[in-house]
Design a protein around this ligand. Structure first.
Ligand code: BG6
Length: 486
């Protein structure tokens, strides 16, 4: 245990959740269905097969549009944060959280995405939520798009493939900025914007099967371009409506090492990392990197770029770079190399690392490497807005003794401290799922990340009572000592 803190005085320690995984109340208070409400729980599919878990059928869409089969769709119930947020915020405050990352469910504000007027009940819910956070001295960090666009927009336009969705999102964001300007200073535009390639439906409402033959990739890049433009426009509006506000991009940091020092492996790894960084590059530098442009042309992908788009990207870049980091991977050109799942991705196994029950390789030093790499590249403040260990917790005699989670965080916090020592500017750290919520990838409740246990199982049974885990008291000490006591 060290007693010296190098975390800055104003370091934002806290937690993170997303509306679609926590709120529940999916059809209450005027909320329209979102893409998340169509994602079914698949108990028979291996938890390591994320793509099968996220696969979607017409029946799933019909279920969400008609409100059928609630029991099969855990994200519709979440952990009932919608009704219990006061109790939950009190627990976050007790833990000492200085910040809480939440998202606004777009379809709670605009149920179809294009309604003539916003839904007042939805606006009031977030107004009350942010007001309560402020009362408790918890700074809101708000994501505008976290896997929860209105399902009706997705159906009508094949999601972000259509330009009209840019207008709808900009309008939604403007309404949020106007309503919450006195309450929210820190905003993120698109959660893990790069995930559009890995799960286009949840990220951008895009269903590949709706694309013309051979055009699915083209459509996904078009949707991505629209998100880039929307992100820039929203950054512009946020700065104009809320003076002093700060807007960040949000990347899944998929740090990849070469499996061997064979030059082929090194080149394949370099390309993988450049591809991952490209999404933040556009939002930080305000332009498409030349190698990516060339790559798209070689793959016969031609974006429809409207006059003015490139100026918009260049003019409204982000203030800070936020990212999620859970695991690292290796890359190899050997087709026989053993592959292992990570955060909605498959990579090559690293023999030096242990993995979680879901196969995600645990690599604290990879977080330091990521911080050094991102800071050197962007020279912008960084914000770790997701990190954590998904694990099965057991309640024994009213306690959850989750020393494995404490070990995981201690190791990661130590690496952040080391990176700060070496000169990296880090604004804060919001741990993922600081209270147990529904898993994004597998829709399980039993994949728990929280410091606060929620009594609910995968089938939705349980009292929903909240219980402080051992890690709750540990994190409380970490925050109180500003990272000096871990
Ligand atoms: C991130 C997402 O990729 O990973 C979160 O932004 C998600 O929404 C988190 O919950 C952990 O993934 P999972 O599948 O374990 O919930």
């Amino acid at each position: 245990m060290s007693n010296i803190s190098t975390f800055p005085e104003d370091f934002l320690w806290g937690g993170a959740i997303a509306a679609n995984q926590a709120e529940g109340a999916w059809n209450i208070g005027g909320k329209g269905p979102s893409v998340a409400d169509a994602v079914a729980w698949k108990p028979k599919v291996s938890v390591k097969d994320y793509s099968a878990h996220m696969a979607l059928s017409d029946e799933n869409i019909a279920d969400a549009l008609s409100g059928r089969n609630d029991a099969n769709y855990p994200k519709r119930r979440g952990i009932d944060f919608y009704h219990r947020y006061q109790e939950d915020l009190a627990l976050f405050a007790e833990m000492g959280c200085k910040v809480l990352r939440v998202s606004i469910a777009w379809s709670r504000i605009f149920p179809t995405g294009e309604d003539a007027a916003p839904n007042e009940e939805g606006l009031t819910f977030y107004h009350d939520l942010f007001t309560e956070m402020r009362r408790l001295n918890i700074e809101p960090l708000v994501t505008l798009s976290h896997y929860e666009m209105p399902l009706i927009l997705s159906e009508k336009y094949n999601g972000w493939v259509h330009r009209k969705v840019v207008d709808a999102f900009v309008r939604f964001s403007q309404v949020c900025f106007e309503r919450y300007k006195g309450l929210v200073r820190y905003w993120l535009t698109f959660n893990e914007i790069d995930s559009i390639h890995r799960h286009p439906f949840t990220t951008a409402g895009i269903r590949k099967e709706k694309s013309a033959a051979g055009k699915a990739e083209q459509d996904i890049y078009q949707g991505l371009h629209h998100q880039f433009v929307a992100s820039a426009l929203v950054t512009r509006d946020c700065h104009a409506i809320i003076p002093g506000s700060q807007v960040g991009c949000m990347l899944t940091k998929l740090t990849t090492y070469p499996r061997t020092c064979k030059p082929e492996d090194v080149e394949a790894t370099l390309k993988k990392n450049l591809e991952n960084l490209f999404y933040a590059d556009v939002q930080v530098f305000g332009e498409y990197p030349p190698l990516i442009k060339r790559d798209l042309a070689r793959r016969n992908i031609h974006l429809e770029i409207q006059p003015g788009d490139l100026d918009i990207l260049k003019s409204y870049t982000v203030d800070f770079v936020s990212f999620s980091y859970y695991m690292s991977m290796t890359e190899s050109t050997d087709p026989e190399a053993e592959r292992i799942p990570g955060n909605t991705i498959l990579g090559v196994k690293n023999p030096y690392l242990a993995a979680s029950e879901w196969g995600w390789q645990i690599d604290p030093q990879g977080l330091k490497i990521s911080l050094l790499e991102l800071y050197d590249r962007y020279q912008k403040p960084l914000f770790i807005v997701e990190n954590g260990l998904g694990a099965k917790d057991e309640v024994v005699e009213g306690k959850v003794q989750d020393s494995y989670r404490i070990d995981y965080f201690r190791a990661h916090f130590e690496q952040v401290k080391a990176a700060i020592d070496e000169g990296v500017e880090v604004m804060g750290f919001t741990t993922w799922g600081a209270i147990d919520i529904i898993s994004a990838g597998t829709s399980q409740m039993s994949k728990r990340y929280g410091f606060i246990y929620v009594d609910q199982d995968d089938e939705g049974k349980g009292s929903l009572a909240r219980l402080k885990k051992d890690s709750f008291y540990w994190y409380q000490k970490v925050i109180a000592s500003n990272g000096a006591q871990m």
